[in-house]
Design a protein around this ligand. Structure first.
Ligand SMILES: CC(C)(COP(=O)(O)OP(=O)(O)OC[C@H]1O[C@@H](n2cnc3c(N)ncnc32)[C@H](O)[C@@H]1OP(=O)(O)O)[C@@H](O)C(=O)NCCC(=O)NCCS
Length: 166
């Protein structure tokens, strides 16, 4: 059914198309303008070993992607990443997002991250549910930090810590 693997430069067109669909039709991302493939290529190649990017495929076609990106360039944050994930609209609600989230969280643990943050628009019940079910807790709500499609938007900050050991 759904399979995941590390993203490659050859996936840039699919990654860009999937992201731009979300930019134009959802408030899940606060980008307002589509990205170019060049911008997305630079984004992908900025991810090092500690910051995995996965794609999810169905019958060999890329239908979604997820990343664990640098939260901050300040070095004390080195083991903290921020998650992003997007599934192509026609394939949502069929389990691909859960598979992708499970696999990228496993990958984050394998590469040695300590904690993963998620910023989720408060109306995104599906994403909040998925993150809760994968062990993310609620940190708090940032009120009216975005504005898209004529509405001010609140953002829920969620967090999962892999291990509480020192
Ligand atoms: C959010 C997103 C990645 C989830 O991927 P998906 O493939 O649609 O999700 P899945 O089908 O794997 O899982 C959906 C889950 O939400 C649940 N769900 C569906 N409608 C729901 C609702 N209204 N409220 C709460 N949970 C809901 C489903 O039951 C399922 O949970 P389960 O596995 O426990 O049964 C995808 O919908 C997407 O790309 N959305 C637009 C971009 C986005 O929101 N990205 C996340 C930014 S934080």
């Amino acid at each position: 059914m759904f399979t995941t693997r590390a993203a490659k430069v050859e996936d840039i067109k699919a990654i860009t198309d999937i992201y731009n669909e979300a930019v134009l039709t959802t408030d899940a991302t606060f980008d307002l303008e589509p990205k170019t493939e060049e911008e997305q290529r630079a984004w992908l190649t900025s991810h090092d070993q500690m910051h995995p990017v996965l794609v999810v495929e169905l019958n060999g076609a890329v239908i979604g992607w997820a990343s664990l990106s640098d939260w901050s360039s300040r070095y004390a944050y080195a083991a903290t990443a921020e998650i992003s994930l997007y599934i192509k609209e026609e394939f949502r609600g069929k389990g691909a997002g859960r598979k992708l989230l499970e696999d990228i969280m496993r990958e984050g643990e394998r590469v040695g991250l300590h904690t993963v943050l998620a910023r989720i628009t408060t109306g995104n019940a599906v994403s909040i549910h998925l993150h809760e079910s994968l062990g993310f807790g609620h940190v708090g709500i940032m009120r009216e930090v975005g504005e898209k499609f004529g509405r001010r938007l609140d953002v829920l900050l969620m967090q999962r810590i892999y291990s509480t050991r020192e």
